[in-house]
Design a protein around this ligand. Structure first.
Ligand code: NAP
Ligand code: ZN
Ligand code: ZN
Length: 357
């Protein structure tokens, strides 16, 4: 299928590796029968956007319009689209299409689609040739199967980061059965880290933050952590050996995993969600002694994303954000690069609409 591109849409994108991000006009397809047309209200800035713009993973196709933490209102519907109504508050995360028929898609694990998932940006549509553009834009057209409902009780701007940072931390806590009284460590207090603290605390875990930034200690307590340890301070980690049932590692830069693994109790798990470029050295002994596990977790499927949003509606979980205008994206990237995020930048897309008039 080749989409007829019909609607010129203001966006922010990068034309080459390391940016800058600048105004760019993209085309969105006219809504097909099963599509939902969304006026984007807010879009969060994830470190994956920054990795992609910097070409850290060496797979970026330029120009790129990042953005996969999208909250908006439905403004029109395709003729056969029945899940939503005009005016509904909806979310779009990392996934906008997949084959829909393979066992992974049927199980709601669309991110593992056997035929390759279509991500919301820097990815190919099902036609194999049309590149997707993400949420740093005023409008978007998405098949209703990949659109989620946002509970009315949630503040829309503060809900945007749930679409990636939220699901990426909720999912591993569920997979590894986080429960009341568990000792859970969160490594790295940024966008994903702060959501991991909130979710783990809401599930009753005793949360410890392992951070390189002493000045985030007060925030960690406010977010729900019981303990805060600065990993750079000598001897700080030695005292924690054998402590944790689960460690959620959200760090965006290369770092040593061997000492981190010694902090697990027997049968404990380190789950990696942070995706730094490059490789890391692992001593098998640190896993073998105590039957420890090293795992990874990749976002979450559409049904689990809806489950997570409903959980957030019920438990009042939203992100702590700094709202910015579209023309401040480059400043936000610079701050994210130096760990100065408190704790997610969210772009107010009304600013892009205003600039584009
Ligand atoms: P972020 O807001 O920039 O937070 C990353 C945090 O990592 C920083 O705030 C910092 O916390 C810590 N950190 C940074 N450099 C470090 C270093 N050299 N050593 C130790 N700690 C360091 O980023 P994010 O948006 O949360 O994303 C985090 C990572 O997850 C990125 O690599 C991103 O691509 C990845 N990601 C993966 C998935 C997935 O599906 N698995 C989904 C989304 C994002 P402290 O100041 O507390 O040390
Ligand atoms: Zn993300
Ligand atoms: Zn599939």
């Amino acid at each position: 299928m080749h989409w007829a591109m019909t609607k010129k849409t203001p966006a922010y994108g990068a034309r080459a590796a390391k940016g800058p991000l600048e105004p760019i006009v993209i085309e969105r397809r006219a809504p097909g029968p099963h599509d939902v047309e969304i006026e984007i209200l807010y879009c969060g800035i994830c470190h994956s956007d920054l990795h992609k713009v910097n070409n850290d993973w060496e797979n970026t196709h330029f120009p790129i319009v990042p953005g996969h933490e999208i909250i908006g209102r439905v403004i029109s519907l395709g003729g056969k689209s029945s899940s939503f109504r005009e005016g509904d508050l909806v979310g779009v995360g990392c996934i906008v299409d997949s084959c829909r028929t393979c066992p992974e898609c049927r199980a709601g694990n669309e991110m593992f689609c056997k035929k390759g998932v279509t991500f919301s940006f820097d990815s190919l549509e099902r036609d194999g040739k049309t590149w997707t553009y993400g949420g740093y834009s005023t409008d978007m057209v998405v098949d209703e199967r990949y659109v989620v409902r946002v509970p009315q009780v949630l503040n829309p701007a503060r809900a945007a980061p749930l679409l990636c940072a939220g699901i990426t931390t909720y999912s591993p806590l569920r997979q590894f059965a986080c429960k009341r009284g568990d000792q859970v460590a969160v490594v790295g207090l940024g966008g994903l880290g702060h959501m991991a603290i909130k979710f783990a605390a809401s599930m009753g875990a005793v949360v410890t933050v392992l951070s390189t930034s002493r000045d985030k200690e007060k925030d960690a307590a406010r977010l729900g952590a019981k303990n805060f340890v600065v990993t750079k301070e000598s001897g700080a980690l030695d005292k924690l050996a054998g402590t944790f049932n689960l460690i959620v590692d959200t760090v965006s830069a290369p770092h040593d995993l061997n000492q981190e693994l010694t902090l697990l109790g027997s049968l404990g798990t380190v789950v990696l969600v942070g995706l730094p470029p490059g490789s890391t050295k692992l001593y098998p002994g640190v896993l073998i002694h105590g039957n420890k596990r090293l795992a990874g977790s990749n976002i979450g499927g559409i049904p689990e994303t809806q489950e997570m949003l409903d959980y957030c509606g019920k438990h009042g979980v939203v992100a702590d954000i700094e709202i910015i205008k579209a023309n401040q994206i480059n400043d936000a990237y610079a701050r994210m690069q130096r760990n100065d995020v408190r704790y997610r930048f969210v772009i107010d897309m009304a600013s892009l609409r205003a600039d584009s008039k």
